[in-house]
Ligand binder design. Structure first.
Ligand code: NAD
Length: 435
C-alpha cells in the first residue's frame, strides 16, 4: 500500500521504517529539516535498537522516502498521524495543536478514498472532532484512530509484532477496519488480537493502559516506602504478589520511578481531560500516582544526602544512566536526569554517564557534569547512583568498581544489583525498599 507517516519522531520514524519493512511504499514527513535529512541519509535522529538496520534496508530498496513537504503525502492511501502531543505547561492537558496542524496541512492533499489514521496519543474526543471536520472538508476521505503501544527500546519489535491492534472507527465506516487489516496483514496473519471499536474507546484504551502501568509502578514504589520503614524487602514482596496471575510480576520493580515522553504526560493529560468532562474526582488517584512517582526522585536525593553525611557540597557523585530507561537515548522527564540535576544544585560535583543519552541530557542541561565512560565517572566518586538499568551497569563488578571510587558507597536506584555481593566487596549498598 502507499502510506504516509506524518511526524517522524520516536514513534513515526519507527512506524515509517516498519511499514516499509512490511513491503509498503512509504513516505515519512516531518517539519524538522534536520531530522528528515538524517533519516533520508539512513541515520535515525535517536537511538533505538534495530532501527538503523530496517531504516537502511528500506531506504536502499526505495520503499521509504522522507520529505518536509506535506504535498509529497498526496498519493498515499493511508496517512498515519504520528506528531507529538506534549503536555501544556499551564493545565497539564495534552497539547493537540500539532495534530491539528498536521491534519490541516494534509486536507488539501487527500486522494479519493484516502484514510487518515491517528496514532498520536490524544485526549478522548479528538478523533470525533477531526472526523466532523473531515466530513465537511473532504467527505471522500475517512478517519480511524489506531493508538500505538510501542515501548522505546523495543520499538521495532513492538511495531512489527504488536501484542494487540486497536482500531477506533467512525459509526458508519465499514471500510477503515479492512484498510487497516491490509496495512497490518502480517501481524493479523500471525494471530495478533485486533479490537475494532469506536473513536472514544480507542483513544481511551491508550491512556487507560498508561494510567494502569503508571499506577502499578507507583503502587510498588509506595510499598517500597513501607518496606523501608519496616525493614521489609519490596523485591521479595513483588516476587510473591507477582505470582498471583491477577497481579503479575511485570512493572512491579521499585526504584526511581517512571519517566519518558509518555507515562507522565499521559496521566496528567488524562486527569485534565476528565476534569474538562466535569469528572473532577474520578481520576484524582492518578494525581497521587504522579506524586508518588515524583517523590521517588526526592527519596533518592535524600538517600544520597544521608549517604554523604548530610551535605553534598564538594562531594563527587557518579550517576550511572541519564535516560528514562535503558536501550533508549530519551531523557524526557527522566528520573535519572532529575536526580543528577538536584544533586548538582545541592553543590555536589555530579558526573553523569550513559551509553546513549549524554547528548540529549546536555541539550537540556548544558552545565551537567558528564563522563563518556563508566570508568571515568566512577573515578574518585564519593557515591555512586545507579539510575538507569543499562546492562552495562547491571553487570558492574563491585571489586573492579571499588578500585576506582573514592568511597565504596552505592545507591541502587533500580534494585538490580545483588546487595550481598556488593556488601561483601566492602560497599555500603542501599537499594529502594530493600533491607
Ligand atoms: P516526538 O516529539 O519524538 O516526535 C514528534 C514529531 O512530530 C517531531 O519530529 C516533530 O517535528 C513532528 N511534527 C510536529 N508537528 C508536525 C507537523 N505539523 N507535520 C509534520 N511533523 C510534525 O514524539 P514521539 O515520542 O514520537 O510521540 C509522538 C506521539 O506518539 C505522541 O502523541 C506520543 O504520546 C505518542 N506515543 C509515543 C510513544 C513513544 O514511545 N515515544 C509510544 C506510543 C505513543
Amino acid at each position: 500500500m502507499r502510506i504516509s507517516v506524518i511526524g517522524c519522531g520516536y514513534l513515526g520514524a519507527v512506524h515509517a521504517s516498519a511499514m516499509a519493512e512490511l513491503g509498503h511504499d512509504v513516505v515519512g514527513i516531518d517539519v524538522d529539516e534536520r531530522k528528515i535529512a538524517a533519516l533520508a541519509a539512513g541515520r535515525p535522529a535517536f537511538y533505538e535498537p534495530g532501527l538503523p538496520e530496517i531504516l537502511a534496508s528500506a531506504t536502499a530498496s526505495g520503499r521509504l522516502r522522507f520529505s518536509t513537504d506535506i504535498a509529497d503525502a498526496a498519493g498515499a492511501e493511508v496517512h498515519f498521524l504520528a506528531v507529538g502531543t506534549p503536555q501544556s505547561a499551564e493545565t497539564g492537558a495534552a497539547d493537540v495543536s500539532f495534530v491539528d496542524a498536521a491534519f490541516d496541512a494534509l486536507l488539501p492533499h487527500l486522494a479519493d478514498g484516502a484514510l487518515i489514521v491517528g496514532k498520536s496519543t490524544v485526549p478522548v474526543g479528538t478523533a470525533a472532532r477531526l472526523a466532523e471536520r473531515l466530513a465537511a472538508a473532504a467527505p471522500h476521505a475517512g478517519l480511524a484512530w489506531n493508538p500505538e503501544f510501542l515501548r522505546e527500546g523495543f520499538a521495532v519489535k513492538d511495531t512489527l509484532s504488536p501484542d494487540r491492534l486497536v482500531y477506533g472507527v467512525g459509526e458508519e465506516d465499514d471500510r477503515a477496519a479492512s484498510v487497516l487489516d491490509h496495512v497490518y496483514r502480517a501481524a493479523i496473519e500471525a494471530g495478533t488480537p485486533r479490537i475494532v471499536t469506536d473513536y472514544a474507546t480507542a483513544e481511551l484504551v491508550k491512556v487507560a493502559a498508561n494510567a494502569f502501568l503508571a499506577t502499578k509502578i507507583s503502587f510498588i514504589n509506595a510499598m517500597s516506602e513501607i518496606a523501608d520503614a519496616t525493614g521489609a524487602d519490596v523485591t521479595a514482596l513483588a516476587d510473591a504478589i507477582g505470582h498471583d496471575a491477577r497481579i503479575g510480576r511485570r512493572f512491579l520493580n521499585a526504584g526511581v520511578g517512571f519517566g519518558g515522553g509518555c507515562l507522565p504526560k499521559d496521566i496528567r493529560g488524562f486527569i485534565a481531560r476528565a476534569e474538562e468532562l466535569g469528572l473532577n474526582d474520578t481520576l484524582a488517584f492518578l494525581g497521587e500516582v504522579d506524586e508518588t512517582n515524583l517523590r521517588q526522585r526526592r527519596r533518592v536525593v535524600d538517600l544520597a544526602l544521608q549517604a554523604l553525611g548530610g551535605a553534598a557540597t564538594g562531594k563527587k557523585v557518579a550517576v550511572l544512566g541519564v535516560t528514562f530507561k535503558p536501550d533508549s537515548d530519551d531523557v524526557r522527564d527522566s528520573p535519572a536526569l532529575d536526580i543528577a540535576i538536584s544533586l548538582q544544585e545541592l553543590g555536589a560535583e555530579v558526573v553523569v554517564t550513559d551509553p546513549e543519552g549524554l547528548d540529549n541530557a546536555l541539550a537540556r542541561r548544558p552545565d551537567l557534569g558528564t563522563a563518556s565512560t563508566t570508568r571515568e565517572a566512577l573515578f574518585g566518586a564519593d557515591l555512586v547512583i545507579l539510575a538507569t538499568e543499562w546492562n552495562e551497569y547491571r553487570a558492574l563488578d563491585p571489586e573492579a568498581a571499588g578500585r576506582l571510587v573514592g568511597e565504596r558507597r552505592i545507591i541502587d536506584g533500580r534494585n538490580v544489583l545483588d546487595p550481598a555481593v556488593w556488601r561483601s566487596a566492602g560497599w555500603q549498598y542501599r537499594g529502594i525498599g530493600r533491607p
